[in-house]
Design a binder for this molecule. Structure first.
Ligand SMILES: *[C@@H]1O[C@H](CO)[C@@H](O)[C@H](O)[C@H]1NC(C)=O
Ligand SMILES: *[C@@H]1O[C@H](CO)[C@@H](O)[C@H](O)[C@H]1NC(C)=O
Ligand SMILES: *[C@@H]1O[C@H](CO)[C@@H](O)[C@H](O)[C@H]1NC(C)=O
Ligand SMILES: *[C@@H]1O[C@H](CO)[C@@H](O)[C@H](O)[C@H]1NC(C)=O
Ligand SMILES: *[C@@H]1O[C@H](CO)[C@@H](O)[C@H](O)[C@H]1NC(C)=O
Ligand SMILES: *[C@@H]1O[C@H](CO)[C@@H](O)[C@H](O)[C@H]1NC(C)=O
Length: 483
């Protein structure tokens, strides 16, 4: 099996670390290819993947006294004057025997922090950092400037309406680590358990959040993490016969939730967006069976590879955005998002004084950890049954999708919703933001689907105002209309 390693290349200087911003770098599709070839070897053993079977083994609880104060960030280097909210970051030990600890960053609200909900944000990959990507590039309060050293305020930050907790998950991602290196070979089940252990310990450190309304949001491979963690929370609340975590809802952005709809939705999107030819699309339709348990033929692989080659010169996460290159200034992006942002974040987060101010261990920080996704075990084919379970249990479930993502595209989300077999309550209509169509909405039974017009995979990066409007509607539990 040949795996292409894509390195984050900068023109002036070669930096051999991985990041989303580099041409062709694609943790999710790479991990999927590995899973599929692994499955075809193991197929005769039956489906080895199964959804998390959560045992009720006791959850590790560590001492948290005094740690909240130590985690308070006095000032991030280069932070603009007049920062009017509190920030905390640090580690929560989830396994003292292995020496495994997860890193978090909390951005509280400037106003109404004590009544606003608590929202957990998770990036996917698997293996990508929620702090470096989610907070610093997407929905957090700051963006790194091109000098790599100063920050500017993101006026559409989600902490305007919620207290947002970014978790680097699992261990090995971003600043999270383990002293036992075999922990870096991990899977969905372990990730959910560790995230749960993190949450109950973190709530001891920040007890004022214990009874607060709690939501989980995220994107991409977090389409697996979020439903699995939500289900574990509900199960543990039942076992302990008390609401340990007051989970109200989940929101999944451009989420990978089902392998079949991912593949069919992606190739249909690439064809209808004039990226792959009729011949390649027709070749995929007539040679590929992406259903669970089906064999992927050589002919199918050949057509898929032709599709990947065709799309390799564009940024699959936002198909109309320029690549980060010496020419990117002269080819402005539609959304105005700077395609070289990943490189500024990489520079900033690898500055020793920045790592100190975050209470992070001195490390070579990376946007995504290749080892994690190349060695990922037990990726269930689908998490749609988990989502159905959450829907039936009264958890608010929103699926939102930026409509210029070619990686986990809006077609994939729509095919996934069809598989959920829920019925339309409020038919498709446009929602409006500042006098323009922000996207479209469908209200289903126990599910809301929202598109964000002109946004790629990283929705809040490309359409920050529209993304905040959707997030605010989600927290209010109201379909977006006009903001
Ligand atoms: C990992 O090992 C270092 C060095 O022994 C130690 O200081 C640290 O506390 C350990 N981490 C955890 C989570 O136990
Ligand atoms: C703060 O909460 C109050 C009471 O719910 C509300 O009227 C006000 O609009 C909120 N302010 C902000 C900035 O969210
Ligand atoms: C769980 O809570 C319910 C309702 O408060 C109570 O009736 C029941 O006895 C409790 N069960 C256990 C095992 O504590
Ligand atoms: C695709 O594969 C599945 C699982 O093996 C099978 O049930 C189905 O009939 C196949 N579909 C087609 C069109 O061959
Ligand atoms: C910012 O950091 C990136 C990544 O380390 C580096 O390639 C770039 O040269 C840095 N830019 C400046 C202005 O220092
Ligand atoms: C919606 O939730 C109700 C109860 O909360 C449940 O009975 C129903 O089956 C659910 N429907 C779907 C499509 O999830």
């Amino acid at each position: 099996m040949k795996i292409a390693f894509h390195l984050c290349l900068h023109f002036s200087l070669l930096v051999f670390v991985s990041c989303y911003g580099s041409d062709g770098y694609d943790p999710l599709q790479t991990a999927l290819k590995i899973q599929r070839s692994r499955r075809s070897v193991l197929n005769h053993l039956g489906n080895e993947d199964h959804l998390a079977e959560h045992s009720n083994s006791p959850v590790y609880m560590g001492p948290q006294d005094g740690l909240k104060d130590l985690n308070k960030i006095s000032n991030l280097p280069g932070q603009p004057a007049g920062t009017d909210f509190d920030q905390y970051s640090g580690y929560v030990t989830v396994d003292p025997n292995h020496g495994r600890a997860l890193f978090y960053y909390l951005a509280e609200s400037p106003v109404n922090s004590s009544i606003n909900p608590l929202v957990l944000w998770l990036n996917g990959g698997p293996g990508c950092s929620s702090f470096g990507n989610g907070a610093m590039k997407e929905l957090g309060p700051f963006r790194v400037n091109p000098d790599n050293t100063t920050l500017s305020r993101n006026k559409y930050a989600w902490n305007n309406v919620a207290n947002v907790l970014f978790l680097e998950s699992p261990a090995g991602v971003g600043f999270s680590y383990s002293n036992t290196s075999s922990d870096y070979i991990t899977n969905d089940v372990q990730t959910a358990k560790d995230s749960y252990t993190f949450l109950v310990n973190w709530l001891e450190r920040f007890p004022e959040y214990k009874s607060r309304d709690f939501y989980i949001t995220g994107e991409s491979y977090a389409g697996h993490y979020i439903p699995q963690l939500a289900q574990l929370i509900l199960q543990n609340d039942k076992i302990t016969n008390q609401t340990v975590i007051n989970l109200k809802g989940i929101a999944l952005g451009n989420a990978y939730v089902d392998e079949e709809t991912e593949m069919t939705g992606m190739f249909d999107y690439l064809w209808t967006h004039a990226i792959i030819s009729d011949e390649i699309h027709e070749g995929i339709i007539s040679n590929c069976n992406f259903s669970e348990g089906a064999t992927i033929t050589d002919a199918c692989n050949d057509y898929q590879n032709q599709a990947y080659v065709t799309m390799s010169n564009i940024f699959s996460y936002d198909i109309y955005t320029p690549l980060c290159s010496p020419f990117s200034n002269s080819t402005p992006s539609i959304s105005g998002f700077d395609p070289c942002t990943d490189s500024y974040i990489l520079g900033y987060l690898n500055t020793p004084v920045v790592q100190q101010s975050l209470h992070a261990k001195p490390v070579q920080w990376e946007s995504c950890n290749d080892f994690i996704f190349l060695n990922w075990k037990d990726m269930p084919f689908t998490v749609l049954p988990v989502i159905q379970d959450l829907m039936a249990r009264g958890i608010r479930v929103w699926i939102y999708s930026g409509d210029t993502d070619g990686n986990v595209p809006v077609t994939t989300s729509r095919y996934s919703i069809h598989k959920l077999k829920t019925s339309v309550r409020t038919p498709w209509y446009p929602w409006v933001y500042k006098g323009e169509v922000g996207g479209y909405v469908v209200g289903y039974e126990n599910l809301t689907f929202v598109t964000v017009r002109g946004a790629g995979h990283f929705v809040p990066s490309y359409q920050p105002g529209r993304a905040l409007a959707v997030f605010t509607s989600f927290l209010e539990g109201k379909l977006p209309t006009n903001r």
